[in-house]
Design a protein around this ligand. Structure first.
Ligand SMILES: Nc1nc2c(c(=O)[nH]1)N[C@H]1C(S)=C(S)[C@@H](COP(=O)(O)OP(=O)(O)OC[C@H]3O[C@@H](n4cnc5c(=O)[nH]c(N)nc54)[C@H](O)[C@@H]3O)O[C@H]1N2
Ligand SMILES: Nc1nc2c(c(=O)[nH]1)N[C@H]1C(S)=C(S)[C@@H](COP(=O)(O)OP(=O)(O)OC[C@H]3O[C@@H](n4cnc5c(=O)[nH]c(N)nc54)[C@H](O)[C@@H]3O)O[C@H]1N2
Ligand code: SF4
Ligand SMILES: [Mo]
Length: 713
């Protein structure tokens, strides 16, 4: 049965008919095609859709249990209002009226900007949320906007805006046609790829090596991805910008640079060369932990490869020099003529093009600053590192109310514990979220949307990051009950109550975008291809697609050049004894899905990895409980002693810490874990972009002495 037949069957019988259903998984950036078998109203089998032109049948453990979210007993379906510790369900109209009234009240009393909005990661994985939340936020009219972006990919956007003229002009590795993949601070074998929508990275990297290519990885941990690399080198957290400068240094010094035709529309190449001139491999070897000979060799190999691409992800953005890293990655691709070229870093051209109406020469950052610490705005948002202090610091402009949308900032932003305390004192808080978790437990009202298999979805954002141009519309498999609402309905209802204006539906917006987009298509045309539509590999698009004022690439943006002094100072700074980094796990999704029993089988996963050398020095045994302490807080977790971690570096995954009072998630006690963000520090950030630095946080680790009686238990 085709998707459209299935949808018809569903509407006639009220319950989803038995049969095969196809849709894209919206749980991560890989957007894999799924094939689901429904029997008796339930999903009985999920596998990868072999006919999806992008994922070719790839699926991961999360996609395989996507239906467990649908049937999850913890999932909320009706609005809830909190009175002290007691939650009461209420009707939608009553809840929406109450929320709109309370938000306006706070704004009348304390000003428009006294209500903060935080948008979390799934906002971009649900097209209903993505296309409608903005209307609500605009109706609210507050400048106090925050999101997971400043805890994630903000440096990528910053560099793209400075170099190419738009935050979304992010170059994507053309991995399927490349012969040399230099990867830093990414672990696609666990994360399934990020700002590189490329489902099945194991197969893609194998194929690259199979055609004689080479994969080189630099990471403070010998990760799952190291298993499919030709070489892995440890690198000191936060030192990547130094290494990238040294690679450029060698390339310029040995005259290996050849920007080719890109030079015709690039400014700043001389300044870039001058910037790299002082960072010789010898000068950065100690700080990076990578010896000078290796750096030289990698530079020569990269420059010599026919089709090469350098790529860096969270490890290179969630750190103190994220902005410099993302600039230098682009610069390295540029000077070796691997930008906008087959096998290098290229730009996708999605059917729904978010850049379709973008204007040239816009400014995207530092247009205003946060009240307390003067942290810079980017693209209309302030850094999450400023959030807690903006609630807690009294005075004109203090935050008084909070809206969270698909986010869990208590677990995902720096010093989450402090934010948690701050939220206990807000005048009003509403969360648009299907779960009662560490953050939403502080809300006065939770408005839970229908999610996942109940929603229609088109990947507006991830086709912009995909290694191949495809398009796919997913229709709901399960109808929602009369008592449920979609995200977009919640946002539209709130918007109407706040502004009196009615917006358009996500369908209307999608239709318009697809029609006027580069493929001039429609929802109907996409529906006719239930496995997805293939538009082929990425194509060169410069200089036409550039959005800088002059329509030229800026290889040496002034804010980056100005930030080099801060980087250079690290060469002579003291190195902390131990620094913390994070890690992602295949069977985990940031701070949620930890209550899906099929994902959480097995031993405790929220462990502190540390090298045997450090363990011996600190007298820590494998499996023992340890206290990890940073400037802002402490957590107690189990130690996992492993040679896969670089000496002097410890790793704790983020997103755990579900044990807080009032959380309503059936998480096995063994997996509640502790939050890495009770250690991360709002004052430790990339000063250039305002992005938090969760990598490289100085910590102290001590063995927890277990009293003798309990040790015997
Ligand atoms: N220390 C450290 N911290 C990190 C990171 C790290 O590597 N280390 N990574 C950072 C990164 S990259 C990210 S993206 C952030 C993520 O941080 P957040 O975006 O704040 O948190 P998530 O864990 O993604 O939480 C998603 C929330 O959305 C809800 N949700 C799921 N689907 C839907 C939906 O369709 N609609 C609505 N309305 N809600 C939904 C879930 O119930 C959950 O509460 O964490 C960041 N924090
Ligand atoms: N299964 C699963 N998949 C996910 C997620 C998830 O939670 N679970 N989250 C999704 C999200 S929101 C995102 S943003 C992506 C992230 O996608 P990735 O960036 O691929 O994710 P990570 O696995 O965190 O990989 C980051 C790597 O950087 C390394 N690292 C840390 N600090 C440094 C440093 O200073 N320098 C260098 N060179 N390396 C460093 C870490 O050891 C780690 O291996 O994953 C997405 N996919
Ligand atoms: S890799 Fe991502 S998109 Fe693919 S099945 Fe897993 S969670 Fe879903
Ligand atoms: Mo992310």
């Amino acid at each position: 049965m085709t998707l459209s037949q299935a949808t018809a069957a569903q509407s006639t019988h009220g319950q989803t008919a038995d049969g095969l259903y196809f849709r894209a998984c919206n749980l991560c950036e890989a957007i894999c095609g799924l094939q689901l078998t429904v029997k008796g109203g339930a999903v009985v089998d999920v596998r990868g859709d072999p006919l999806d032109p992008l994922s070719h049948g790839h699926i991961c453990p999360k996609g395989a249990v996507i239906a467990d979210i649908h049937t999850d007993p913890d999932r909320l379906k009706l609005p809830m209002r909190r009175d002290g510790d007691t939650w009461t369900e209420l009707g939608w109209d009553e809840a929406l009226d109450y929320v709109a009234t309370r938000l306006r009240e706070v704004q009348t009393r304390h000003g428009q900007d006294s209500v903060a909005v935080y948008q979390g990661n799934p906002s971009v994985h649900n097209s209903g949320t993505l296309l409608s939340a903005g209307g609500f936020v605009r109706a609210l009219g507050s400048r106090s906007r925050y999101s997971a972006t400043s805890m994630d990919q903000l440096p990528h956007h910053f560099a793209a805006a400075e170099m190419f003229g738009h935050p979304l002009l992010l170059p994507i590795p053309d991995i399927d046609r490349s012969d040399y993949f230099l990867m830093l601070g990414a672990n696609p074998l666990a994360s399934n790829g990020s700002i590189m929508t490329a489902p099945g990275m194991r197969g893609r990297l194998k194929a690259l090596r199979g055609r004689g290519g080479k994969v080189v990885l630099l990471d403070p941990r010998r990760t799952e991805s190291a298993e499919v690399a030709d070489e892995h080198h440890f690198i000191r957290p936060g030192s990547d910008a130094l290494l990238l400068l040294a690679l450029l240094n060698v390339i310029f010094a040995e005259k290996l640079d050849q920007p080719g035709h890109l030079a015709e529309f690039t400014d700043g190449l001389a300044e870039l060369r001058a910037a790299a001139a002082t960072f010789t491999p010898e000068k950065v070897a100690q700080a990076t932990g990578v010896d000078a000979e290796t750096i030289r060799r990698l530079a020569r190999e990269f420059a010599a490869a026919e089709r090469a691409v350098v790529y860096g992800r969270i490890g290179l953005s969630l750190q103190a020099f994220g902005g410099l890293c993302q600039w230098l990655l682009n610069a390295l691709n540029l000077v070796t003529s691997n930008l906008d070229r087959e096998g290098g870093a290229m730009w996708p051209l999605p059917a729904f093009d978010l850049l379709g109406r973008a204007k040239k020469g816009q400014t995207y950052h530092h247009r205003w600053h946060s009240r307390v610490r003067g942290l810079p705005e980017f693209d209309g948002e302030l850094p999450v590192a400023a959030l807690a202090e903006e609630f807690l610091t009294p005075g004109e402009g203090q935050l008084r109310a909070f809206v969270t949308i698909a986010g869990n900032p208590v677990l995902s932003t720096p010093d989450g514990e402090k934010l948690d305390q701050a939220l206990a004192g807000v005048e009003f808080m509403v969360s648009i979220d299907p779960y009662l978790n560490a953050t939403t437990r502080r809300a006065d009202v939770i408005l839970p949307p229908a999610v996942g298999l109940e929603t229609q979805h088109y990947d507006v954002v991830f086709h912009h990051f995909a290694v191949r141009n495809t398009a796919r519309i997913s229709d709901p498999i399960f109808p929602i009950g009369g008592h449920q609402r979609y995200d977009w309905q919640i946002f539209e209802s709130l918007r109407e109550r706040l502004s009196g204006e009615k917006g358009s539906t996500p369908d209307e917006r999608l239709e318009l975008g697809l029609k006027h987009g580069p493929r001039h298509t429609s929802l109907e045309a996409l529906r006719a291809a239930p496995h997805g539509t293939d538009y082929g590999p990425m194509q060169p698009c410069l200089p036409q697609r550039l959005l800088t004022a002059e329509g030229r690439i800026n290889a040496a943006p002034a804010p980056m050049l100005a930030d080099l002094a801060r980087l250079e100072a690290t060469l002579s700074a003291d190195v902390p004894d131990l620094v913390l980094i994070g890690r992602r796990q295949l069977r985990s999704n940031n701070s949620w899905m930890h209550n899906v029993p099929r994902l959480m089988r097995g031993p405790q996963r929220c462990t502190l990895m540390l090298n045997p050398v450090d363990a011996a020095r600190l007298n820590i045994q494998n499996g023992q409980m340890v206290e990890v302490r940073s400037r802002v807080g402490a957590v107690t977790v189990q130690a996992e002693v492993t040679g896969t971690l670089m000496p002097g570096v410890v790793s704790l995954p983020h997103g755990f810490g579900h044990g807080r009072a009032g959380v309503r998630l059936e998480v096995a006690a063994a997996h509640a874990g502790a939050s890495a963000n009770d250690l991360t520090d709002p004052e430790f950030l990339d000063e250039l972009t305002g992005n938090t630095a969760a990598s490289g946080v100085p910590v102290k680790v001590t063995a927890v002495q277990v009293p003798e009686e309990s040790a015997a238990d």
